[in-house]
Design a protein around this ligand. Sequence first.
Ligand code: NAD
Length: 502
Amino acid sequence: MVASIKPHRDEAGLTDGRMLIGGQWQAAQDGQTWQHIHPATSEDVATFPVAGPADVDKAVRAARKAFDEGPWPRTRAGERAKLLHKIADEIRARGQELVRLQALDNSVPLSFSEIYATSGNFVADVFDHHAGWVDKLAGETLQPYQGGDHMVMTLREPIGVVGAVIPWNAPLMLAAQKLAPAFAAGCTVVLKTSEYATFAVLRLAQIIHEAGLPDGVLNVITGPGDPTGDALINHPMVDKLSFTGSRAVGSRIMHAAANGCKRVTMELGGKSPAIIFPDAEIGNAAAITMGTVTLGLSGQVCVAQTRALVHRDAHDEFVATAQMIGSMVNYGNPFDPDVTASPLVNTRQLDRVLGYIAKGIEEGATLVCGGARAEGDLASGNFVLPTLFTDVRNDMAIAREEIFGPVLAVIPFSDEDEAIRIANDTEYGLSATVWTKDINRAFRLTKAIRAGTVGINGYQVEPNVAFGGFRQSGLGREGGREAIEAYTEVKTVLLPFTDEMM
Ligand code: NAD
């Protein structure tokens, strides 16, 4: 049996969650709650409120008031930056507490959160990075096109009230990627957590609130898509929707945005290729590619490199190493330092992943390892054995659809043109990696691949660079100048020097 999660809940001081609305911590007005079931043990961890339309309305009105009447959009750039740096310092100081709550949420192992983007340090870095943009947001001064004695300039102003919706897989990091640029720009926010990961984000909200952000600038509501998310995305007082999650829900949110002419940023799914040439360090390429699909969040990562396009001359070595990495994965209680990977977040996701595995076998792919739910001591959780398929064709479901689980599909290729064609033969375009020692080839492929981020001989998420997807992987970017600008409107100012222009 996986050891009980409950002692960690008690040690984290976890109580039933309350939502932050207009600076007050509150339950849902109609008393509705959601029971959080831990994915590693299926134990009840705690409850949190399900915000109904009345709660959502209250949160949006609080954000509206804080924007229209409050000090935040008018706070001097230096003061705003200082507060964001203070928030970053508090997050860094309480990073361990936050990642422990995250492990209670979605079972991401502490061993993983100590190093990767799910860590408190990364979340703090996101706030520091955006704090640095506050005093660099700038408009332009332009030449009058038609001549005349006047000046033309643009200003960047905060967009207003942001409705942010995030998924469960990296809740702290994904909340920060929305909150930090929105606050930096002077916006106010209503953030809806995922129903599968609430506790760490509620503690993050507490840290931000206690650091001194004015009431109503951050409101956090909890609950599922129906009714909570629906009420938020359709609320007429929301100016912008910022969403991270699946393509299916993203598409619904874009419809809601279209109805209200709201601005949108969309960070959606992926089916990213890793392209491995025979001159690469094959062992390294195989270890990292299989690692992105099986370690940490067990492939429940938007940028997981789930299609390994492997040159026929490197195929057997790649498959042997990937299989070995799969056999080293250690499942269990996320608080155990030896545990290296998580279960699937819920039973719906468990069934979905097992369904894709069955489909892969049915469509003729060769199952090299895994392919089943982990039994025995692990049977109480949603664990699926690390799974490797070879002989995959790019038209199979396991090569086309986002599985969001520990499943790697190996697709062989013979030359560069074929590799590019297969890599781009997808509806997605979030990320890719190219593995080769030939720098010319690396850049040829980098330019040819239709994806928002391309890694050459490796891949690392950074807090300060633009991140986002081509095609159905998203719209807009998070991180870097693009992120803060996405929370602004451009205002043109015309300034005649004489009366002649009137
Ligand atoms: P999901 O789309 O099922 O849910 C995401 C959020 O949307 C949740 O908070 C959910 O409650 C909410 N939601 C659901 N229906 C809604 C509705 N009708 N109205 C408003 N909100 C609604 O995704 P998930 O399972 O939580 O996360 C996995 C997905 O997220 C994957 O597709 C993954 O690729 C994607 N993801 C993308 C990125 C990125 O940066 N591109 C990062 C992480 C995850």
